[in-house]
Design a protein around this ligand. Structure first.
Ligand code: DAH
Length: 349
């Protein structure tokens, strides 16, 4: 029987030599230490021995069992080491250069917004913000936009269901909640909170019920501007916008104000620009934003006396500015998260 014990040790060593993974190790273990394993079966034979031989055999059996368990243990640690190396992957040569120096970057719309903000900051404007969810009064009524104005139509504006309740957004009366269609509503929120003189720009996200195409998106970004003080004139408006557009597009840019209409400004204008350095759009007049002198009715609606206070306002699309600056011809590029597109802007700021 002693010979048999040694044979089992040899059997275990030999079988484990060709084992390379855990399932193989488990099955070898079963053939030796399992209920039907060779060592277990041999142990059962103890009953057949003469009584006086049993203690000696028992001791030998235990020693062999320990020896075999040690063999299995060291075999398992080799397998575990191999598994760890598989997880770690191939060996790395730390002297090689890194595969790429990609560090992530900001979105082109973020870059453009920051550029706009930093220009206005130079001339004393601060950033004002308000919620993307608005009420009809702040988005339309307070901006002198009549009840039957087409912008308020359900085909153009995204309304919340009638019994929606946004406890953190102040309503004027019991009017409906909407997703703001422009950042002009921040003018009203600010004028009700702060006393003039004030100069703010309000960048943010807006929503319209637009069909998506190369130049329209149901979700887009604007920057509103508002300047309220005493004796503000169209000259101030033109001076500020000229400064801004020169900073953005360079000194060669020409600008012009073209008469237009917005309910909240009187008079109102579209701002056009012409520049020699804007790719396909170079050297032609292009529309860039809306602006005007704050309508006295708007001032009255926020309890300011139009005889004492005056101001100008303007609003522009951030996507449009980014598209002109970078020669982008489809607004959808901004939202598709295509890395090939986004990575082209990751180093500009
Ligand atoms: N809110 C206008 C729009 O969404 C843009 C605009 C035009 C804002 C004229 C103004 C402004 O402040 O004076 O098209």
């Amino acid at each position: 029987m002693e010979k048999d014990l040694q044979a089992i040790v040899d059997e275990a060593t030999q079988k484990l030599n060709s084992v390379t993974d855990r399932p193989g190790w488990d099955s070898v273990k079963a053939t030796i230490l399992g209920p039907n394993g060779s060592l277990t079966q041999l142990g059962k034979g103890i009953g057949k021995l003469a009584k006086e031989d049993r203690p000696v055999f028992g001791q030998k059996l235990n020693r062999t069992k320990k020896e075999i368990e040690a063999i299995f243990k060291s075999s398992l640690s080799l397998i575990e080491e191999k598994e760890d190396l598989e997880i770690l992957g191939p060996e790395i040569d730390p002297t090689l250069p890194p595969p790429s120096n990609f560090t992530g970057g900001t979105h082109p719309l973020t870059n453009t917004r920051r550029k706009i903000v930093s220009i206005f900051r130079k001339i004393g404007f601060t950033v004002a913000e308000a919620s993307e969810t608005e009420t009809e009064w702040f988005c339309f009524d307070a901006l002198n936009t009549p009840e039957d104005h087409p912008a308020r139509d359900e085909q153009d504006t995204l309304f919340f269901p009638p019994n929606s309740n946004w406890s953190n957004i102040k309503q004027k009366n019991k009017e409906s909640f909407v997703l703001r269609t422009h950042t002009s509503s921040v003018q009203i929120r600010t004028l009700l909170r702060e006393k003039p003189p004030l100069r703010i720009i309000a960048p943010g996200r807006c929503f319209r019920r637009d069909t998506v195409d190369a130049t329209h998106s149901a979700n887009f970004h604007q920057t509103e501007g508002l300047y309220v003080d005493q004796n503000v004139t169209i000259k101030d408006l033109k001076g500020v916008l000229d400064f801004f557009l020169k900073e953005l597009f360079g000194n060669k840019v020409e600008t012009r104000l073209r008469p237009s209409f917005f309910p909240f400004t009187e008079p109102s204008f579209e701002v056009d620009l012409r520049a020699p350095n804007i790719g396909k759009l170079s050297d032609q007049w292009i529309e860039i934003m809306g602006c005007g002198m704050v309508d006295p009715k708007v001032l009255q609606l926020v309890d300011l006396n139009p005889d004492e206070w005056s101001g100008f306002a303007f609003g522009m699309g951030i996507e449009r500015i980014a598209m002109i600056l970078h020669g982008i011809d489809d607004i959808r590029h901004f939202y598709n998260n295509d890395f090939r597109f986004l990575s082209q802007f990751s180093h500009s700021s």
